[in-house]
Write a protein that binds this ligand. Structure first.
Ligand SMILES: [Fe+2]
Length: 485
């Protein structure tokens, strides 16, 4: 039994309302018909929304020490002519099953240490929580987690099929949670970080079915954390933050992975540019220090320079904030801002690196995000009310659309005490340039979750449809849209 100090309390008036969406483990449900609360689901929107995130943050009275340690659970909403059907299922990982049976936590994870004396942790596998994101393939859904291999699930029923090595991954080899699809043939690019005496980026090109067709590798400058990759035309771009994993305390079982990551700003951020045809390094370049989880759009501009949008944090305090989320009292101040970096791909040299927008935001996604072509728009989860510095306990309350042609911003604002998830863009099946934004909103005033659908070009007009979900959906991380017929 782990005995972590926990400051978690049941929600009070002084706590933000979002904690009620994480207070209790999410309960599996469905398949069940979803009630339409308002509007109408557009006829051009048929398919399935999938979202992944930590469904439970406690077991046996124990809260996880970091939000990233929660067991992955998937919400699926099938939108059909006959109506909407929702279901919610935990991913049946080996660790989840073992801990369900024993009624207590057994494994180490991102921020978690397995119970018992430290020497008992030597050589023990960490739990693959499968809790970060999803990608929908023609015949299966993959639940992704960057510390290990994906789990395959049934697209319809969310039944767990098991760990999937995509034809080439070694035993639980990392396959990260932010794969990118190329526009031409639907190839999927991804990476996974492995550690030895040095760390390396293992690079993968999969075909559209997810089977790995090509592999490559690029050395990392240090044992760092790399969460996302940017596909920009013929390039894959990585930003390696100035983090240094303290391997010894991790290996000896003294510290969790999260606690073994040390912020070393003197090292700066290293940019690595990879040719996505050969999966070989083109250039690398050291620049000033920052941390980022996510990339927005990336593309090659007319002058041949590569443009990359990303969410920049001044340091790694965001990790502490995320660790504190399960307590309901996150205190560390962590503003993330949208920045744009322009570089010379042949040398990696940074030509420009500037903040683009003043509001705190993250979870950037755009219609062109997967394609690596020049985008017009970018969608984000944003804090449209006040700066994070003044209310560090709050979460994003809006979805924003930034229009790079007009410089305009439109906002979807579900209301005070309501928390939208990452926006997901779904193209209209009849009108190619038209699309819809889907977001799962937790309403802390009514203690309920809804799926809200917005016209992607008119966010400020309010939702075109709101569907009621039968239970509170714990706040999730990432999702995807799978078009239907
Ligand atoms: Fe992410």
């Amino acid at each position: 039994m782990i005995h972590q100090p926990s400051s978690y309390q049941k929600a009070t008036q002084t706590q933000p309302l979002w904690i009620k969406a994480l207070a209790e483990p999410g309960q599996e449900f469905g398949p069940i018909d979803l009630r339409l609360l308002s509007g109408e689901v557009p006829v051009g929107l048929r398919g399935t929304l999938y979202r992944n995130g930590p469904g439970r943050l406690e077991r046996g009275g124990e809260r996880v020490p970091h939000w990233f340690d929660g067991d992955g659970a998937i919400l699926a909403v099938h939108l059909m002519d006959a109506g909407a059907i929702g279901l919610y299922r935990y991913i049946q990982t080996t660790g989840f099953q073992a801990e369900s049976q024993s009624g207590e936590y057994l494994y180490s994870g991102y921020g978690q240490l397995a119970p018992g004396p430290f020497w008992q942790r030597w050589g023990k596998p960490t739990k693959n929580t499968a809790n970060t994101s999803v990608i929908a393939l023609p015949d299966k859904l993959l639940a992704l987690w960057e510390g290990g291999s994906p789990h395959a699930l049934d697209l319809e029923t969310l039944e767990t099929i098991g760990i999937d090595n995509l034809g080439a991954l070694a035993n639980n080899q990392p396959f990260s949670a932010h794969p990118k699809r190329a526009p031409e043939a639907g190839d999927i690019y991804n990476f996974g970080v492995t550690y030895g005496k040095t760390a390396k980026l293992n690079l993968f090109r999969c075909d559209s079915t997810g089977q790995i067709q090509q592999v490559g590798e690029v050395p990392l400058p240090r044992l760092s954390l790399v969460h996302d990759v940017c596909l920009a035309g013929p390039y894959l771009v990585f930003f390696v933050p100035p983090l240094q994993l303290q391997a010894l305390p991790l290996l000896l079982g003294f510290r969790s992975y999260s606690d073994a990551l040390q912020w070393q700003p003197d090292q700066g951020t290293q940019i690595i540019v990879v040719d996505r045809q050969t999966l070989q390094e083109v250039s690398r370049y050291d620049t000033d220090p920052w941390f980022q989880w996510h990339f927005g759009n990336g593309y090659v501009d007319q002058d041949g320079s590569v443009v990359v949008d990303y969410i920049r944090y001044p340091d790694f305090q965001i990790n502490q904030w995320l660790a504190e989320v399960p307590t309901g009292h996150p205190l560390a101040s962590t503003p993330g801002k949208l920045w744009r970096l322009r570089l010379v791909p042949e040398t990696g040299k940074v030509l420009e690196n500037t903040q683009q927008w003043e509001l705190d935001c993250d979870f950037p996604i755009g219609p062109a995000l997967q394609g690596g072509t020049k985008p017009n728009r970018l969608y984000l989860a944003a804090d449209a009310d006040a700066s994070w510095a003044e209310k560090t306990a709050e979460m994003y309350n809006s979805i924003a659309c930034l229009d790079f042609q007009t410089g305009g911003v439109s906002l979807a604002q579900p209301g005070l005490g309501c928390y939208p998830s990452e926006p997901i863009y779904a193209p209209d099946r009849f009108t190619p340039n038209q699309g819809w934004i889907l977001t799962v909103v937790f309403d802390g005033n009514r203690d309920r979750s809804t799926l809200q659908i917005y016209n992607a070009q008119q966010l400020d007009a309010g939702p075109v449809a709101v569907l009621e979900l039968p239970q509170i959906i714990p706040i999730s991380f990432h999702g995807t849209w799978r078009p239907g017929n």
